[in-house]
Design a protein around this ligand. Sequence first.
Ligand code: FES
Length: 164
Amino acid sequence: MTDGNYPQHSDITDDMWTKVDEIITANRDVPGSVIGVLRECQDVVGYLPVELIDYISDGLNLSSSEVFGVASFYSLFSFEPKGRHLIKVCMGTACYVKGIQEAVNRIENKYNLKEGATTEDRRFSLEAVRCLGACGLAPVVVVDRDTYGGVTAEKVIETIDKYE
Ligand code: FES
């Protein structure tokens, strides 16, 4: 591999590169391991910057475009940094009818955050999802692993602001 001369990237520490190396080494001769490698490396770094995809491609002896093609096929992979907290807002019918859009507007305005994006300070990422399977609680917002039902535009910021 690189004998400690890792590519420079502000989001990837040397410790992270070392772990990436371990993941690649453990999987190099395993056919069809690319998805697993991408997933493990994303767990280490938080997302998949171009430099990381190039590095993985070299390590697995695949072309970058091949690896990039696999990664872009699956929605679980992200090419952008994610926030420390993931806010999922349910845009399913029950939640929509009960006014989730107003709560979403408040979130967007308060944190200057668009759906599908991450705040500049990487505190929050916002994701709109289809029915979360908790329609009885509509409208529903999930922050990380916590589910909040009966969300109102008035209270939603109070709820989310607890997450630093
Ligand atoms: S529509 Fe929102 S939980 Fe089902």
